[in-house]
Design a protein around this ligand. Structure first.
Ligand code: KG4
Length: 344
């Protein structure tokens, strides 16, 4: 067990939701990152867990095969297999977990379990040949915003992360998805709202902002406030949505971003840590990226914005997170089982 040909080659496997992904990193540098998305869910307006598990079963072998082929390596070169153990959809996780275990046994290499959320945060450590790395030093703060989570995490090291604030109800991504749904947009709604928001007036409408203590978030009130506002205006004008789509998106997006940034600014002020990263699907949002750029200029933050391909679910981040554990000799056992809820 250990390094092969003086290189550390990690195969990462991600299957927590509706993307089957496999990636290879060599000594921290990405050689391949293959993602098989599942179009089957679009007709249902959200991910259908049973369909996701079945699609993972179909996709996992070709995806891993393609990752190995694209990387130009042989499977016997692999030093360890890192896989997402949770949180996520249990049926989906079982496919990746079972496959990772089987392959680790057949290749005789160690297995490394990775927490999906920590993977998102450690996506900032993915190195690419020929690309100047922009990697945060420890400690740093990370705003983790996805379809299932909104957290402020104090990252002291790859293995020492502390959640200092989190949503008490819905996640920021869920709020974006709901906003799009109310105005007849597609799922997932974030990219749709983001695009329309660019053409709208962010001050056209005001929504109730939550008052939650500490660094915690709440987005359910904002969702309801948006729903009621649209419902009330529709009573006066049935074409209200048509006429105000961009302004609605811009105003809603402003409310989400201000909520996220207010707590983050407070966390930076209280901890004195000015290295601030963002991770997760919502980190693709152009308004949120703009707010980070503003904070960098105004408050002197060192900001870390992930490449767009690493904001959503991918195995490259799982491979990197696995590499840190591999180097610490933190291996998994064959009897470990996936978990659906976070146990960070
Ligand atoms: O991290 P992710 O791919 O999946 C998990 O939840 O694990 O995040 C998906 C979420 C969805 O709610 C989607 O609407 C949101 O990220 N999202 C965005 C944007 N792109 C994706 N939200 C706002 N603006 C975007 N550009």
């Amino acid at each position: 067990m250990g390094q092969k040909n003086n290189h550390i080659l990690i195969l990462g496997i991600e299957s927590s939701c509706d993307d089957t992904s496999a990636a290879i990193i060599r000594d921290g540098y990405l050689l391949s990152n293959v993602i098989s998305s599942q179009a089957v869910h679009s007709a249902y307006g959200g991910v259908v867990p049973e369909l996701a598990s079945r699609a993972h079963e179909q996709n996992i072998i070709p995806t891993v095969h393609q990752a190995i082929k694209t990387a130009g390596i042989d499977k016997s070169d692999i030093s360890a297999i890192a896989y997402t153990r949770g949180p996520g959809l249990i049926g989906s996780l079982l496919v990746g977990t079972s496959f990772a275990k089987g392959l680790s046994l057949s290749l005789g290499v160690p297995l490394v379990e990775v927490n999906h959320l920590q993977g998102h945060i450690l996506a900032h450590f993915i190195r690419e040949e020929g690309v100047e790395p922009h990697i945060p030093e420890f400690p740093f703060l990370c705003l983790l915003v996805s379809g299932g989570n909104s957290q402020i995490v104090l990252v002291k090291s790859p293995s020492d992360m502390k959640i200092i604030g989190q949503t008490i109800d819905d996640a920021a991504g869920e709020a974006f998805d709901k906003c799009a749904k109310v105005i007849g947009g597609p799922y997932p709604g974030g990219p749709y709202v983001d695009k329309l928001a660019k053409e709208g007036n962010p001050k056209a409408f005001n929504f109730a902002k939550p008052h939650i203590p500490g660094y915690d978030y709440s987005f359910s009130g904002l969702k309801t406030s948006f729903l009621y506002l649209v419902r009330d205006y529709l009573k006066e004008d049935p074409e209200f949505i048509e006429k105000n789509r961009a302004d609605l998106c811009a105003s809603f997006q402003r409310a989400v971003i201000e909520t996220l940034m207010d707590k983050l600014k407070r966390a930076v002020k209280d901890t004195g840590i000015k290295r601030v990263a963002v991770a997760g699907g919502v980190s693709a949002n152009s308004g949120l990226r703009g707010a980070y750029q503003d904070a960098a200029q105004r408050y002197g933050w060192d900001i870390y914005l992930p490449k767009f391909s690493y904001t959503t679910d991918n195995a490259a981040m799982i491979a990197v997170a696995g590499m840190f554990k591999f180097m610490d000799g933190e291996f998994d056992t064959i009897d470990s089982v996936p978990y659906s809820r976070t146990i960070v």
